[in-house]
Design a protein around this ligand. Structure first.
Ligand SMILES: [Zn+2]
Length: 302
């Protein structure tokens, strides 16, 4: 990884985003009819995979999927266009059958453990668009049914002519530090030991730094200083842009909001280092493909 490059998974998509200002539909149609174009099927956000890689098919294979399955143009590389197709409208078995010899639909969190960063960023982007499309079928202004355009990366309401773009939810995620220890917490949805950095959604009229201070105080009762932005991560599971911070505090006293968190504690650097090196403790580090893990590693390995 080059100095200054974003260390996070789901980032650094190697495909160019095609800027097609004129006659977008004709351009997309021509690329779909190009036998050299590639097509990746996703079933409810899970990519078709083979031998640990995304199973890109020829764009001509789209005729084997249900008619009107949403298709999105992800980008291009070396003259080839890359599309994804959402085949969620059919039962998983029916969708798997034609391609059983090629591969199988793999949960994205499992795929994240084996895909290269480049491939994972392509798959994550496809999932993001399909999730946005699934949940934004109607115009927020007039209630009309929207039409997806520009290869599926934006939509337009034919009734009131409003353009709509993918929703991105900004999140501040913070690793709070104090004298060789870091603050980690666990949400109610996770089993004991599955701890992570604390995070929250940025509210209207708020900077990410203000959000970081507010969330840490609300969730743990801890006042933070020296809030330092490090890097970001697109997170397709919740259509979020995670903005990662380190911060410090003078006071280790925790006043937990038990509605938000099941637990929060201080973890000594040597224990965190041991877990990162594969040793057993009573807690786990977040998976490598998370920004929380990268925030922890940046501190623990320094
Ligand atoms: Zn409208």
């Amino acid at each position: 990884m080059k100095p200054g490059e974003n260390p996070n998974w789901f980032a650094n998509n190697p495909l160019s985003r095609i800027n097609i200002e004129k006659d977008q539909r004709a351009f997309v149609k021509a690329r779909l009819d190009d036998p050299g174009s590639l097509l990746l099927p996703l079933w409810r956000g899970d990519p078709l995979m083979a031998d640990g890689k995304p199973a890109f098919l020829s764009a001509a294979a789209r005729s084997e999927f249900p008619k009107n399955s949403p298709i999105v143009l992800i980008g291009h590389q070396e003259g080839r266009a890359y599309f994804a197709i959402d085949v969620s409208s059919a039962a998983r078995e029916a969708q798997s059958a034609p391609f059983a010899e090629i591969g199988e639909y793999t949960p994205l969190r499992m795929a994240a453990g084996v895909l290269t960063r480049g491939d994972l960023s392509i798959v994550g982007q496809a999932r993001w668009y399909f999730e946005w499309r699934r949940t934004h079928r109607f115009c927020g202004r007039c209630g009309g049914e929207t039409e997806f355009d520009a290869g599926g990366v934006k939509s337009r309401c034919p009734q009131c002519e409003t353009d709509h773009f993918p929703r991105i939810n900004p999140v501040a995620i913070v690793l709070v530090l104090n004298s060789g220890a870091c603050l980690l917490g666990r949400g109610h949805q996770f089993p004991p030991g599955f701890v992570s950095a604390l995070a929250g959604f940025v509210e209207a009229g708020e900077t990410p730094e203000e959000c970081a201070r507010r969330e840490i105080y609300e969730e743990a009762g801890v006042t933070i200083d020296d809030v330092r932005y490090l890097f970001s991560q697109p997170w397709p599971f919740t259509c979020s842009l995670m903005m990662g911070f380190h911060a410090t505090t003078e006071n280790r006293e925790i006043n937990l909001d038990t509605e938000e968190l099941a637990e929060a504690s201080w973890y000594d650097k040597k224990d965190v280092q041991a877990v990162l090196n594969g040793e057993e403790r009573d807690f786990r580090a977040p998976p490598k493909f998370t920004i929380a893990r990268q925030l922890i590693e940046r501190w623990a390995r320094s």
